[in-house]
Every structure is written in structure tokens, then in C-alpha cells.
Design a protein around this ligand. Sequence first.
Ligand code: SF4
Length: 274
Amino acid sequence: MPQPKNAMEIFQLLDKSNCQECGRKTCLAFAGAVYMGQKSIRDCPRLAPEIIARVLGEAPAPHIVEQNREDYMQSLIEGIRQSDLAAAARRIGARFEDHRLRLKILGKNFSVDTEGRLAADIHVNPWVTVPFLHYVLHGKGVPATGNWVSLRELADGKERYPLFQKRCEAAMQAVADTYPDLFKDMVRLFNGRRVARQFESDISVVLDPLPQVPIMVCYWRPEDGMASSLKVFFDATADQNLDIGALFTLGVGLAAMFEKLALRHGYSVDQTQV
Ligand code: SF4
């Protein structure tokens, strides 16, 4: 999320109680004072630390990120407990049996029961569980069309794309430049499919991190003094099956997983080269 550009954007972040604990008579006056540099955003004791960090352009402390993530996971699990999982399975193309919704993630079994308990053949971590739970709760079950687009072309993707480019595409590119078996492993270990070369790339592989949310990774090898390039594409329907935050998490999580894979095989990935 970008930092506020004017006093009204700061005002929108405040709780608007006009409690005066900051020493100003109203929240609006405080917002104006912050914008003019007369007050620090820290002077409002009612603001959450992560909002203060955002306004100040600081990265939030790791324990705050972790706590937010845990709270978010709990809210998704609570949503699962209150939802009709059998109906969700029908909607998103999953199976439902023994009180459990089951589907495949990268070819591996993944499931959740009516109490929100997860079970999986792969390591359960937030990059996969958050998109999975989101998909179960909010996915519309719209089938993929084969029309590939960048994240920035999806709903609300434009703002997210610069960070996505850095943390997903550039990170994967650094792995692809370093680890020669990356694309073979995408096929062998994660049930990917080599497809006809798209957008004049040298290699195109499609992965299925969720049944109706395929991802295509295209890689252009370095050539004639030109650096390599890697782009990640989603189906044009992806934003109907997952919101942009979950798509972002999915792409960045995949990049982190491939980086770990390269490290496990003894390759050190240097992202400063990108
Ligand atoms: S302390 Fe925060 S909530 Fe209270 S008046 Fe000031 S800005 Fe508004």
C-alpha cells in the first residue's frame, strides 16, 4: 500500500473519535498537522503500529507481521468453520467426503475439514494455506480460459505489480539463471506441464497451485549481451477465484519454494545480479 499523499489520506487512517489525546482538537486537525510536519503520526496513540510504520515508510517489525498473519489465518479458519464445505467443494471443483474438502495443490493432496483442520502431502505454510483457504471461501469456480495476463492486468493488480515483480518474478529469474534443473523440477516434482513456447520465450511451464488458478512461468535465456528475463502469467479469470492479495502470496511463495530447492541442491542464488 502506498504512503498517504495528502492530509485527507492521513485522516482516513485515523479513528475519527476526536478524542484529543494527540493534543489537537480534532482528528482532521491532527492529520493536517502531520501533513505539514508539525506533528508525528506516532502522536496518535490510537493508531495500530503497522499503520504508523506504513506512514513513516518503515517496514513493520517482524513480530507484528507474524501476529497479523496469525490473526488473518485464524479469521480464515473461522470462516471455514461457518461455511458449507460441501457446497464450496461443488463450487470450486473440489471433492467433499468424510467431512473434508479435498483438492490438489501442485499435484499433491491438500484438504481441510469442517473444523478448519488442514492436512497435506506437502509442507503446510502460509504461502500455500492462505490462498487455499481463500479459494475455498471466496473462489467463484470460474474455469480458466487459457488467456494469459500479467498480475498488473488483474483487478487491483497494478498497484501490487512493482513489489510482485521484485519478490516473485525477479526472485524466480535469479533461481532460473543459477539452477539449471529448475524447469525440469517444476515438471517432475510439482506436476507442471511444458507447453508450447509463449510470448516467444525459450521455456514455458504451466503449474497448478490451485485447480482453477493455473500459473504460467516464461523464461527468456540471456542472449547477445542481453540479460535473461522471467515473467509469471495468470489466467485472465484468476481474480474471480482469488483476490489479488492471495495471488500475490501464491506467486511470492512459489518463488521462495524454488529458491529453497536450488539451495538444497547446492546452488547459491544471488538476487543482486537481477
Ligand atoms: S489522538 Fe488520534 S484519534 Fe484522538 S483526536 Fe488525535 S488523531 Fe484523532
